[in-house]
Design a protein around this ligand. Structure first.
Ligand SMILES: NC(=O)c1ccc[n+]([C@@H]2O[C@H](COP(=O)([O-])OP(=O)(O)OC[C@H]3O[C@@H](n4cnc5c(N)ncnc54)[C@H](O)[C@@H]3O)[C@@H](O)[C@H]2O)c1
Ligand SMILES: O=CCCC(=O)O
Length: 492
């Protein structure tokens, strides 16, 4: 398999974007560093500081101090700052997109999409910052009036994954700042650079220098142990795997820290006989290949009713075949590298295991030779439930398809997972689509479309997929505490 070459001027521009990143935003002159590599070439692209626990505690001191002052600013001021940040993020979209593609690998067009999506969270929370945050009610037996208000929860710890390095950061930072909290942010060690640029832009927009503290470290577990055992952290918001989420929840128990957990998924995508075939194929390709399948809401199990299955598999496989694999900076590439070698080895094993269990390999199935972590767009049909791929979160460009006969079977199989993040239903029968959607145990259901993510929607899952919601008005409340005043009234 030959991979496309890159326009040298684009490479130069992306090198310049990387060179512009201030790697040590804490300014603690930490001498220890760790490597960040481009997943498309495996070349070293940056060496940010490997902050120590002491550095992280200094960051916490600062965020806590700055947060106390920020909490006293007006909502209008915070909103204006966030609006300015939105403007600057869009103004610097070329730089941000190039950094995202170089550190994470996604095709440049998708990186631009992520910049807009991430910036939209900032604009959304600039607007939400101004919404009324309390209410008024009479004591039903008289004698007092109850006024409720929402106060900023305090200092927050925000931990993000590598797959959407910008959107997962702004989805947490923007609401925290909107309500008046300080934040210690820890990006994934694989992709720390985008977050550093985002923090720089927030400061340029008027956020106090110390309010957002970005800690870069290889020692994620030591870091979280130290910060979670400090009483000043009042909120942890984590996006990542369920395993790490459980560890953080256990740590949160010590000081009863409010927790938002956006964890793993295993999304079923159901296609019924009465689906519009083209719409279903298009939706399934989006739900599978967005971000190269490296998304928590990716279609993980495509379940198709027997009457439409052959036509669906044929159309879907053709669309998957059209994916162009290569370096995300190369013209025309629609499928970038996967994040690392571990992922490539895992995909190879999953495909081999599925085929050994009787699945039919319709497309792809192999890694690319040479430098970089590339895996072909892959389609497996008639995947038996006994194979590992039918039970696990794939997080890559492999479509696992199985067939079902009736609605009850589809719902039962869709729900037979410990996860409950996203799910998808394709049917032109409105009654069926809603009935099935109601019975799916998931926080989000895409109906006749393969994309659920939207800044105005409460993103999150049920069961092992997490706690709490991000985005929308609900996402703001995650950073607030309700308080009420019981105001004595004269008897009438
Ligand atoms: N529900 C969502 O919104 C959502 C979004 C994106 C990714 N995810 C999930 O994330 C997973 C893939 O991301 P990942 O590989 O980066 O996940 P991960 O859990 O390995 O890492 C996520 C973050 O946690 C940090 N981390 C690792 N060990 C830690 C520890 N012991 N204590 C504290 N922090 C620790 C990492 O450094 C990183 O910053 C998938 O399961 C995916 O479904 C969920
Ligand atoms: O990976 C999961 C989050 C991506 C999204 O917000 O759509």
């Amino acid at each position: 398999m030959t991979l496309r070459t890159i326009d040298p001027s684009l490479l130069e521009r992306s090198d310049a974007a990387l060179a512009s990143v201030v790697l040590d935003r804490l300014g603690l002159d930490t001498t220890d560093t760790f490597p960040v590599n481009d997943p498309a070439t495996e070349q070293l692209i940056a060496s940010p500081p490997n902050h120590s626990i002491a550095d992280a505690l200094t960051a916490l001191d600062r965020a806590d101090r700055a947060g106390k002052a920020w909490a006293r600013t007006t909502a209008r001021h915070r909103s204006d700052v966030l609006h300015r940040a939105y403007g600057l993020l869009i103004e610097q979209k070329d730089r941000l997109a190039l950094v995202i593609t170089r550190e994470m690998g996604k095709p440049l067009a998708e990186a631009y999409g992520e910049v807009q999506y991430a910036a939209d969270y900032v604009r959304w929370y600039a607007e939400e910052a101004l919404r009324p945050s309390g209410n008024y009610r009479e004591n039903p037996v008289g004698g007092s009036t109850i006024l409720t208000t929402r106060a900023p929860i305090g200092t927050t710890l925000l931990i993000t994954p590598w797959n959407f390095p910008m959107a997962m950061a702004t989805r947490k930072i923007a609401p925290a700042i909107a309500v008046g909290c300080g934040a210690v942010v820890k990006p994934a060690a694989l992709t720390p650079l985008t977050t550093l640029v985002v923090a720089e832009i927030f400061v340029e927009a008027g956020v106090p220098e110390e309010l957002i503290q970005v800690v870069t470290t290889k020692d994620a577990s030591g870091f979280s142990r130290a910060l979670m055992s400090d009483e000043r952290i009042r909120k942890v918001s984590f996006t990542g795997s369920t395993g790490v989420g459980s560890v953080l929840l256990a740590q949160a128990a010590e000081h009863v820290v409010k927790s938002s957990m956006e964890l793993g998924g295993n999304a079923p995508l159901l296609v019924f006989d009465d689906a519009d075939l083209e719409r279903a194929v298009e939706g399934a390709v989006i739900a599978k290949l967005r971000n190269g399948g490296q998304s928590c809401v990716a279609a993980n199990r495509i379940l198709v009713q027997s009457g439409i299955a052959d036509a669906f598999v044929e159309g879907f496989t053709e669309r998957m075949r059209a994916a162009v694999l290569g370096n995300g900076l190369a013209e025309g590439v629609t499928l970038g590298p996967v994040i690392d070698d571990r992922a490539v080895n895992c995909f190879t094993r999953l495909v081999e295991d599925a085929v050994a269990h009787g699945a039919e390999l319709r497309l792809g199935g192999s890694a690319a030779d040479g430098a970089g972590h590339f895996f072909e767009a892959t389609v497996l049909d008639r995947v038996p439930e006994s194979s590992e791929i039918a039970q696990t979160e794939i997080f890559g460009p492999i479509a696992s398809i199985a067939r079902f006969d009736d609605e009850a079977e589809a719902i039962e199989r869709a729900n037979s997972t410990p996860f409950g993040l996203a799910s998808y239903v394709f049917s032109e029968n409105v009654d069926r689509a809603f009935d099935v959607a109601d019975q799916l145990d998931a926080g989000m259901v895409g109906i006749n479309q393969g994309l659920v993510s939207n800044v105005a929607a409460p993103f999150g899952g049920t069961k092992a997929s997490g706690l709490g919601r991000e985005g929308s008005g609900e996402g703001l409340e995650e950073y607030q505490e309700i308080r009420f005043y019981n105001l004595a009234r004269r008897a009438r």
